[in-house]
Design a protein around this ligand. Structure first.
Ligand SMILES: [Zn+2]
Length: 217
């Protein structure tokens, strides 16, 4: 058997061993429960759009013990090449995952497959008769996913959604002419989901609609 096959065999044995999982950004050990997955293509996309972990608050990149102290800029250059040539999805610890989400708007997945259940609870202004939620999960349809009234001024809906496609959304009263606005009725940017992991493994989001756009008379 040639040397190259011997090396390949050793690499295969090594990568099949149970090794402690580590965060792919800060290199701290993580548990399986803590695994926050960023699909490789998403990681490559945000990196090519400028995501730099050395410049992201909350991400503590490891210091390498090189004889020559590399500047962060050089480390970043090496790392950039590494990301672009990588072949596997990324797994982040909880603190890197939340810093990453804040910086990029990309929501980490919590397991490799399936959908996740999000419950949206929203408080609305007085006189609201109907509330819908609109986002990429329903093709930005302003009148498809209707919320149920929990009590006066509180509405709820639970949606099963693919984890990595849920990033932005808005509430409407059934049309874009009646979409939510800021308190002074000016344009309100899309909401972004802030995911909280609770004990049941589902996610609950509490929102407040300040005002609705008034339909033209
Ligand atoms: Zn980390």
């Amino acid at each position: 058997m040639s040397d190259i096959w011997e090396v390949a065999k050793r690499i295969a044995e090594w990568s099949n061993k149970e090794r402690p999982m580590r965060c792919d950004l800060c290199n701290k050990p993580i548990t399986k429960m803590e695994e926050n997955i960023i699909p490789l293509w998403r990681m490559q996309t945000v990196v090519s759009l400028g995501f730099n972990p050395w410049k992201t608050p909350g991400i503590d990149m490891p210091t390498y013990c090189d004889p020559v102290a590399l500047t962060n800029e050089l480390k970043y250059k090496n790392w950039y090449q590494f990301v672009m040539n990588d072949t596997a999805d990324w797994g982040l610890c909880n603190s890197c995952a939340s810093a990453f989400q804040k910086a990029t708007g990309v929501i980490p997945q919590f397991s490799k497959e399936g959908n996740v259940s999000f419950t949206f609870n929203v408080q609305t202004p007085e006189g609201t008769n109907d509330v819908y939620i609109s986002g990429p999960f329903n093709g930005w349809n302003p009148k498809r996913d209707h919320l149920s009234r929990l009590s006066t001024g509180i509405w709820t809906i639970t949606l099963e959604m693919p984890k990595d496609e849920v990033a932005e959304y808005k509430y409407t009263q059934g049309s874009w002419e009646t979409v939510e606005t800021a308190a002074n009725q000016s344009f309100r940017p899309n909401r972004r989901i802030a995911v909280k992991r609770d004990n049941s493994g589902e996610f609950r989001i509490d929102d407040i609609v300040e005002e609705w756009k008034k339909p033209p008379k």
